[in-house]
Design a protein around this ligand. Structure first.
Ligand code: TYD
Ligand code: MG
Length: 478
């Protein structure tokens, strides 16, 4: 039994101090410092707790490992067995985003907004891994939910026509209990829905808090590494767009995938933002149907159908790619030019000064008679455009509305506009173009000076058109 000394621990982040503070010095949480007077091992986020947990469900640790020669390591890895392939169209799409299949013992985090379809995606993945068509027959997969009852999950599986024999469901939030249950099953994979609902006994803070989320993830990582069982974690994304219980989580896990989709659209994107075993340029495209997610094998058709259905809005609509951290997003910019309007300019989502500059350049350098027009600009779905990479799309949208010429479907614009009407390159051209290509766009207009960054890219069926200035762009597109 440890010494009975008093320590104050933040219930949110686990920071400890010998003295009480009204505000946690580490996370600035108000009134979160709680008094502890037990032995130190009960609250230090530290390894005593973890060791106890792992000891309870894992066989004894083997003798300390020694440094190994690279050549010996590689002899041990049978290249063809290195990844578990996922079968079917859906499996192939998921496998591609994972970097070519599932790596044994990997810890995968799948983040996304509530309701985007994470549980649906993981239930389907769990089912195909359990069926194991390309893995030598069925084997158990455990889907643990801390959010829904097993009846609810069962209902969903039923609607999706999943009837896999080897799929096990379990409702629990206690990590030790969950890992104990895995021992009786000889699992092929484990799914935890979600990391914010599970907790570890002996770690301070409530489930979903920073220290719980972090410690649980560490334990699950050890579990994955020691057993070689791949583990999927679902993580909710907070309003600020991060996986709740933060970036630290992204550092712990091997692979981070984000699931994205608009509320009004049935399309879902699965994007790899971190992958210790593969490239992060992969993008999976799915459609949410009555019976779950279906892979969209030809994404260009998806854009065609979507845009043709509301063809009356086509004039004045242009697409560009913006970056958010390491992720590339497509956004649509709408423009409306009205002759003799009493309102001269109205912009939404674009900086007013930037919009004014682009309009002036269009008047002066491209000869558009926008002076007598009211110009309205809007970024669809309320995103705000803070990058100059969207300039070219803003200009194209204005031209399209002014000339009443609908832009052809499947075209994207990337580039900054200078005062002379010249089109300039922007950072991360390769990432942006890659996204356009992966989504099956037919054409992408880029700055002439960015052509050099294309050499290493697989352009698929996308035609890349490099333009020096606005006039050239207008001649080519309109
Ligand atoms: P869900 O996987 O529960 O989202 P998350 O786990 O990310 O919160 O799915 C949410 C939405 O998906 C829900 O609004 C219903 C819809 N959905 C379908 O359209 N088809 C389906 O087959 C399923 C299972 C769900
Ligand atoms: Mg869910």
């Amino acid at each position: 039994k440890g010494k009975s000394k008093t320590v104050w621990v933040c219930s949110d982040c686990g920071y400890d101090d010998g003295q009480w503070w009204g505000i946690c010095k580490q996370c600035n949480g108000v009134n979160t410092m709680k008094r502890f007077s037990e032995g130190v091992e009960h609250f230090t986020s530290g390894f005593e707790v973890l060791e106890n947990v792992t000891r309870s469900w894992l066989p004894h640790q083997s003798v300390r490992a020694m440094p190994t020669k690279l050549t010996d390591v590689n002899k041990g890895i049978n290249q063809s067995n290195w990844r578990i392939p996922l079968s079917g169209l859906f499996g192939a799409e998921v496998g591609r985003v994972l970097g070519g299949g599932l790596v044994p013992g990997c810890l995968v985090l799948i983040g996304g907004d509530p309701g985007v379809g994470k549980s649906t995606l993981l239930l389907q993945i769990a089912a195909i891994v359990a069926e194991g068509c390309d893995m030598g027959g069925p084997a158990p997969v455990l889907y643990v939910s801390g959010e829904e009852s097993i009846e609810q999950i069962g209902n969903r599986a039923d609607r999706m026509r999943i009837g896999t024999d080897e799929l096990f469901l379990y409702a629990s939030t206690d990590v030790e209990d969950i890992l104990e249950k895995t021992q009786t099953l000889s699992l092929r994979a484990l799914v935890i829905d979600s990391i914010q609902t599970v907790y570890l006994r002996g770690v301070t803070g409530s489930a979903g808090g920073l220290s719980q989320v972090k410690e649980c993830t560490e334990v699950l990582l050890r579990f994955a590494k020691k057993t070689n069982i791949p583990v999927f974690l679902i993580g909710h994304v907070t309003k600020s767009g991060e996986i709740a219980g933060p970036r630290v989580l992204e550092h712990i896990v091997d692979v981070v995938l984000y699931m994205e989709g608009e509320k009004c659209s049935s399309h879902r994107l699965l994007r790899s933002v971190k992958n210790r075993f593969g490239s992060t340029d992969e993008l999976g495209v799915f459609e949410m149907s009555q019976s779950g997610l279906q892979a969209v094998s030809n994404p260009s058709e998806m854009f065609l159908s979507e845009q043709q259905s509301d063809s009356e809005f086509l004039a004045g609509l242009a697409v560009t790619v913006i970056m958010d951290g390491s992720r590339a997003f497509l956004i649509e910019i709408q423009a409306l030019c009205v002759a003799g309007s009493s309102v001269s300019r109205q912009v939404n989502g674009v900086q007013a000064g930037r919009a004014e500059m682009i309009i002036s350049v269009l008047i002066k350098q491209a000869g558009l008679k926008l002076q007598e027009n009211g110009v309205f600009l809007n970024v669809v779905s309320g995103v705000s455009l803070s990058e100059t990479a969207g300039d070219l799309a803003v200009a194209a949208a204005i031209c399209s509305s002014f000339l009443e010429f609908p832009l052809p479907v499947g075209i994207a614009f990337i580039g900054e506009i200078g005062l002379g009407g010249e089109i300039r390159t922007v950072p991360r051209m390769d990432k942006r173009i890659n996204t356009v290509v992966k989504l099956g766009y037919k054409k992408c207009i880029i700055p002439k000076s960015a052509e050099t960054s294309l050499s290493a890219l697989d352009l698929g069926d996308t035609e890349i058109v490099a333009c020096r200035n606005l006039k050239e762009m207008i001649n080519i597109v309109f």
